[in-house]
Design a protein around this ligand. Sequence first.
Ligand code: SDX
Length: 427
Amino acid sequence: MSKIATLEIDGKKYEFPIVEGTENELAIDIKSLRASSNVITLDPGYKNTGSCESAITFLDGEKGILRYRGYSIEELADKASFLEVCFLLIFGELPTQEELSKFHKDIKGQSIVDEDMKRILDGFPKSAHPMGVLASLTNALVAFNPSSVNVDSEEDMYKAIVKILGKFPVLVAWTMRKKMSLPLNYGDTSLGYVENIHKMMFQQPNEDYKVDRTFIEALDKLLILHADHEQNCSTSTVRIVGSSHSGLFASLSAGIAALWGPLHGGANQAVIEMLEAIKADGGDTSKFILKAKDKNDPFRLMGFGHRVYKNFDPRAKIIKKAADEVLGELGIEDPILDIAKGLEKVALEDEYFISRNLYPNVDFYSGIIYRALGIPTDMFTVMFALGRLPGWIAQWKEMRLGKEPIGRPRQVYTGYTHRAFKTRSER
Ligand code: SDX
């Protein structure tokens, strides 16, 4: 017997079906609300509003659970490769060896970027933020791949998907090398997917490429941990831009722009800048905790808090452990890791943070690893985008194959009611 929700407005009752998900989540299906009652809902930031039904990622904010297609993030981070997770998110199942080999072969076949793209990159000053460069280059790919714009068939979607999975890492590497005044180099199709990313980002022009296992294993794990996170700000952006059928690459470019914000993916850069500021100020975390609690102070504890997790972000736990391991393997003593741990300890014992369920999120420790791997601070959010790419693709594909309508929210108008035009002399 399906559940029903009843709403009463001005003495009149309206009934709406309740939708139940496979994890027993309940939602009131209000598709008929406005037509039947001439009333809409209002929910700034969509804190109580589901935009879609999705079978890709499940997270439970109260219990700190995160699963991709039913597999726990802990197991995937420990046992899978990033390329396997890309396949899992996009196609729904972990690949067989044969499927994985074909997927990687198809991606490698699309990993050349049109040379004219370098002229677009040349137009940016070295001071340009890498997220703005990456969003622009991703959009520019449309011009060089017109057949990948508005695709409907799964076959054409597959072609567009392997294209972007092949070309995006090149754009990420070129974005970094432009800032570092290094020549733009290419990958090597004999290497693994993440190995190739390392080569394109870090190979020096006068040296042979040397595999750096610590870097590759750390980056592979970080990319898995960032790969998807249900309907977050940037994924919702990809879905709503994609719902107008403006194509995969343009939708991804919009997602990159949304992720850039310091309240979202840009937080990983803001965390390191905050920790550096605390270190420069003598390492006194209590002063910054007071600032974070002060309503009159715009300062927030970056890397803390989450719209959904009201418990530990499971990714933060894994990354914190990985930070100790990677810095240990590299023999790096980074004082800001100790500052971060001290900040976490003080915050988790403070009533302000406890009462608001504010815990470290995915961005709190990730920058410490990126920094140890030699990635420039303003490239951290680009690395987040690289990890999130398969999630954005999977969510865009689900939306398009689900033939979802164009996203177009309503509003409550609070401006002037009708008024007659005033001539200039009357104003
Ligand atoms: C990501 O959605 C996702 O899944 C995102 C993400 C993903 O994988 O895609 O997980 C990645 O974006 C992680 C979040 C990275 N952002 C930051 O670390 C920036 C710092 N955090 C916040 O700005 C904040 O916590 C948000 C934006 C993450 C969540 O904000 P909400 O859900 O809108 O919560 P809110 O702003 O309404 O805060 C509730 C209360 C407020 O206090 P009161 O008005 O109740 O007194 O908590 C306070 C806030 O002032 N608060 C903080 C705080 N975060 C919330 N106070 C100090 N420091 C903070 N970091």
